[in-house]
Design a binder for this molecule. Structure first.
Ligand code: PAF
Length: 288
């Protein structure tokens, strides 16, 4: 039977006991409202350690003013059932005040890789992500933690934090899980009405366009971006936040794809902001 832990102390005690008995721990941090992508992360986590712990916590510090913190979808009982089916051992699901009690004042700020892309339109986002992930790492003390590649900049940020702050944790990126028609799975897809859902497919079409151009040998970033923008702008419901091609390690803008790079897309469709990406592999890929 799946175990639910809501206090930091109980979670720390459980992890310590598990480690002392020689068990390895995999962690999948989540904000809940599971889709297939989450379940895939859990399935992978299950294979990689003796115990699989997931966290479900809608982290207020990674939402900016006016973002969707209040309306972010939540359904704990459904999540618990799905996690149980996958074979998760423990759900750590603390209340907000357990993670950020009155008088909380410490934040983790990962520099450089957080400057571009979502760091521009959501300036406090990665500080919130790095802070909560560092706290989860300290509380749960996993050997390995798994994150989706859809949030590519988040994955790079966490790897940087782990390296810089000497967390002895292996970070594994798992490729994006897509709906049958190609839309990247996201809890935010539930906000889309049917017309918006249709318009969202332009993101996938744009990614295919970029992939084909790259496959035919195109390496000039402006040429690819021009075509990608056209595909997305052809849907009247879309509003481009950014479309960029960056160095996939440093997340800096580049002009020519001559090393591993990432096409990163953020588009608003109605009130819903969706992100997706495509990795261009030039040299041997280093993702985990
Ligand atoms: O990717 C997410 O769901 C969140 O950003 C994370 C990593 C669980 C931190 O709140």
């Amino acid at each position: 039977m799946i175990k639910v832990i809501t206090s930091v102390k109980a979670m720390q005690a459980f992890s310590e006991k598990s480690r002392l008995s020689g068990k390895t721990i995999a962690l999948v941090p989540t904000m809940g409202f599971f889709h297939q992508g989450h379940l895939k992360l859990m399935e992978e986590g299950k294979k990689k350690a003796d115990l699989l712990i997931i966290s479900i916590f809608v982290n207020p510090t990674q939402f900016g003013v006016g973002e969707d913190l209040e309306k972010y979808p939540r359904d704990f009982e459904r999540d618990k059932r799905l996690a149980d089916e996958v074979g998760v051992d423990v759900i750590f699901s603390p209340p907000v005040l357990e993670m950020y009690p009155k008088g909380y004042h410490t934040y983790v700020n990962v520099e450089e890789v957080t400057k571009n892309l979502c760091g521009i339109s959501r300036p406090t986002h990665f500080r919130g992500v790095a802070t909560i992930v560092a706290k989860l790492f300290n509380i749960i003390n996993p050997h390995i933690a798994l994150f989706g590649e859809k949030d590519y900049q988040q994955l790079v940020t966490i790897k940087q934090m782990v390296k810089d702050l000497n967390f002895d944790i292996e970070i594994v990126g798992i490729s994006t899980f897509r709906e049958k028609d190609g839309l990247a799975m996201s809890s935010r897809n539930t906000y889309l009405n049917p017309e918006e859902r249709e318009a969202a497919l332009s993101i996938q079409r744009a990614i295919y366009k970029a992939r084909d151009m790259f496959g035919s040998g195109e390496r000039v970033v402006d040429n690819i971006l021009g075509e990608v923008e056209k595909v997305i702008a052809s849907e009247s419901l879309t509003k481009i936040d950014y479309i960029k091609i960056c160095n996939s390690q440093t997340i800096e803008d580049i002009e020519v794809i001559d090393r591993d790079a990432i096409l990163a897309i953020a588009v608003k469709i109605g009130r819903t902001r969706l992100i997706d990406n495509l990795v261009f592999e030039c040299v041997e890929r280093e993702i985990s």
